[in-house]
Design a protein around this ligand. Structure first.
Ligand code: UDX
Ligand code: UDX
Length: 481
């Protein structure tokens, strides 16, 4: 029986290993993590992450061929294939701060693998890493091991998106496996390919060299983020000209060369990957003497920051240029619907912007806890993706922020409502009831284009919806940045 061990029981490691266990009954899969808290949660009734369909799979396989354990070294030692799926956050200090990936966790994982291994192993990079990380890891593995064990390194980046992780894993567009072009490298590729062949058609498994696989992951995320920044840049122009960004997206998306996906304008993209991976790409370009290429990709992040700032400015300028002491309801805090993840969520910057103008916020999100929101709103940029157990303890709550467990509670007596996550329930709210309970004039700022603007205007709201023709009220307000 092949034994797989995965280091890192997070959003990537947990669901990926659960699906491998489900699809490969002959493989024993153990997921380990330095956080015993996280492992305990994986072994409990309340999994540490929310992902549709995940719970059923874990329940089916846990204790049979899927295990979650804090015994990191023992399980690594026994495995034939070791996946490494630990955090690779943006560096917060030293060389490359604010751009380069912090590989501390990866490096210590590699040193530990070298220390405890007594048999040959395939080590698989699952975390997104800078190009050429495999080479560095290979050196650590071979130089720290005097026992004659062989390590073969593969890059097998993950393309799952949160909220649809299980679907993405069941039916991936492609599985990418990069390895060295040596006999050992090719043999290792075949071993991993055989695992995926249990459910993925062969033509969807792409095998490349190590560097191509590493770069493809960064490139895929950069291209996806670039589409969003492109449509968001258009949304600003739509507002200025009276065009409707949804109509523009639809019109260009029907061009089969462009395609319809990832063209929804929003208050900005978030998530643990897009910004981090682009910053990483920018840094690699700079290090390789390619400043023009670096600047090109930097713009994708700059437009994203601009979009969030533009939204805050629109809120403040519409409401007579001040939100000081006004209650603003924030509906949605997660970086997208169907996840409780808040890493790099645009809600953080928007809320901080509104708090900067002294607003009082009442926040509701169906999946994000109060503790998480308070942490996010008091944390410095880039500290987010460092493991929770290394972060400072939860701060005392922020005075101007209250977190509530019902959308109607959030909007009561509010001057304005900001929709920041596209949760389905926000499409179905009784907006007449919302309007009746708010201060007048009642403002609604839709950062996700979820509401029916015409209906809401009929009720009496002053509505701003990203990239849509402006409300006459907003047109008369001073222009925004
Ligand atoms: C992580 C990275 O953020 C991402 O860049 C990479 O592409 C894949 O791995 P994710 O699974 O979403 O993605 O992260 P997270 O949910 O934070 O999980 C990482 C886990 O690794 C944490 O549970 C952490 O405790 C664990 N970890 C970290 C270790 O087990 N050992 C370490 O040394 C460091
Ligand atoms: C992304 C990639 O899609 C995935 O392949 C990779 O493995 C990890 O990073 P994820 O961050 O989970 O996945 O979510 P994704 O669906 O890509 O959304 C990212 C952000 O872009 C979200 O904030 C989302 O709301 C936003 N978005 C997405 C838009 O604003 N408009 C769109 O049209 C699509």
């Amino acid at each position: 029986m092949v034994k797989i061990c995965c280091i890192g029981a997070g959003y990537v490691g947990g669901p990926t290993m659960a699906v491998i266990a489900l699809k490969c009954p002959n493989i024993e899969v153990t997921v380990v993590d330095i956080s015993t808290h996280r492992i305990n949660a994986w072994n409990s009734e309340h999994l540490p992450i929310y992902e549709p369909g995940l719970e059923d799979i874990v329940k089916k396989c846990r204790g049979k061929n899927l295990f979650f354990s804090s015994e990191v070294e023992k399980n690594v030692a026994e495995a034939d294939i070791v996946f490494v799926s630990v955090n690779t956050p943006t560096k917060t200090h030293g060389l490359g701060a604010g751009k380069a990936a912090d590989l501390t966790y990866w490096e210590s994982a590699a040193r530990m693998i070298a220390d405890v291994s007594k048999s040959d192993k395939i080590v698989v990079e699952k975390s997104t890493v800078p190009v050429k990380t495999a080479e560095a890891i290979e050196r650590i593995l071979t130089h720290n091991n005097g026992k004659g064990t062989n390590f073969t390194i593969l890059s097998n980046p993950e393309f799952l998106a949160e909220g649809t992780a299980i679907q993405d894993l069941f039916n991936p567009d492609r599985v990418l496996i990069g390895g060295r072009e040596t006999p050992d490298g090719q043999k290792a590729i075949k071993v991993l390919k055989d695992v995926y062949l249990n459910w993925v058609p062969e033509e969807r498994i792409i095998c490349t060299n190590l560097w191509s696989a590493e770069l493809s992951k960064l490139a895929a995320n950069a291209f996806l983020a670039q589409r969003i920044s492109s449509v968001n840049a258009m949304s600003a122009l739509c507002e200025a000209t009276g065009a409707d960004v949804s109509q523009v997206s639809h019109a260009i998306g029907t061009d089969s060369r462009i395609g319809p996906k990832f063209l929804s304008s929003s208050v900005g993209f978030g998530g643990s990957c897009f910004q981090k991976d682009i910053l990483n790409l920018v840094y690699i370009c700079e290090c390789n003497g390619l400043p023009e290429v670096a600047n090109y990709w930097k713009q994708v992040i700059m437009v994203n920051d601009y979009q969030k700032a533009r939204f805050v400015n629109r809120v403040v300028s519409s409401m007579f240029n001040t939100v000081s002491a006004k209650k603003i309801a924030v509906l949605g805090f997660a970086f997208k619907k169907d996840t409780g993840d808040t890493r790099e969520t645009p809600a953080i910057d928007v809320c901080k912007g509104l708090l900067g103008d002294r607003a009082r916020l009442s926040i509701y999100d169906p999946q994000v806890t109060e503790d998480q929101m308070m942490k996010d709103l008091s944390m410095r940029k880039y500290d987010k993706d460092h493991p929770a157990h290394l972060q400072p303890p939860s701060p005392t709550s922020i005075k101007q922020v209250s977190v509530v467990w019902d959308a109607y509670e959030a909007v009561k007596d509010a001057h304005g409502v900001c929709i920041l996550t596209e949760w389905d329930e926000f499409r179905k709210l009784d907006y007449q009831k919302v309007y009746d309970s708010m201060q007048k004039p009642a403002f609604l700022f839709d950062g996700r284009n979820v509401v029916d603007v015409r209906e809401l205007r009929k009720i009496g709201f002053i509505v701003y919806s990203i990239g849509k023709p402006l409300d006459p009220w907003l047109k008369d307000m001073p222009s925004v940045a």
